[in-house]
Design a binder for this molecule. Structure first.
Ligand code: SF4
Ligand code: SF4
Length: 176
């Protein structure tokens, strides 16, 4: 079949020449390629000791913000979950009880709010959809883990800790 990219090579099963049978020129050619790479600038870095500078528009893991009085902004409206193309967000809403006004800004709040980080594609559409300034993507990487269940981030990992000022772009949940 004709190749669309025009890059395919036709393989011919011809008899090898004496030079090809010795393999030495091919081995030497391979070694030259390897040696050449010793003197080139490395495309890799020694992560995590070294870190690359992220782009200004980098989107990392999420936070659920509190307002200036420490109350959770999220009202469990579900718009972020509807906007999410990866269906990574699940929310269970609850009604605020008397005496909880200092915890939740409005009468409805997210009793559970979970993001499946294995599904998330960090597109930022949840942040755009949120009418309450509640969910933001930070510059922090979602950390690696050996257990799939640890990639379901609940409110314990998402909600901004009380008493911290969490600017979405500088929030570092894993740094003391
Ligand atoms: S960043 Fe995109 S994929 Fe991830 S939870 Fe938000 S909307 Fe879904
Ligand atoms: S994070 Fe925003 S969009 Fe999502 S449920 Fe809460 S208030 Fe609604």
């Amino acid at each position: 079949m004709h190749s669309l990219s025009n890059r395919s090579k036709v393989v011919v099963n011809k008899e090898m020449t004496l030079k090809e049978k010795m393999y030495l020129p091919a081995i030497f050619g391979g070694m030259m390629i390897t040696i050449k790479h010793f003197f080139k600038r490395k495309p890799t870095i020694q992560y995590p000791e070294q870190k690359r500078e992220f782009s200004k528009v980098y989107r990392g893991r999420h936070i659920l913000k509190r307002d200036e009085q420490g109350r959770e902004n999220c009202t469990a409206c579900g718009l972020c979950a509807v906007a999410c193309p990866a269906e990574a967000i699940s929310i269970v809403a609850a009604e605020r009880k008397k005496g909880e006004e200092h915890l939740y800004r409005e009468e409805k709040y997210a009793k559970t709010y979970e993001i499946n980080m294995l599904r998330c594609i960090f597109c930022g559409l949840c942040e755009e959809a949120c009418p309450k300034d509640a969910v933001y993507l930070t510059e922090e990487l979602a950390p690696a883990n050996f257990d799939r269940s640890n990639f379901i981030f609940g409110k314990d990992k998402l909600v901004q800790p009380i008493g911290t000022s969490a600017h979405p772009k500088t929030y570092k949940p894993y740094k003391k």
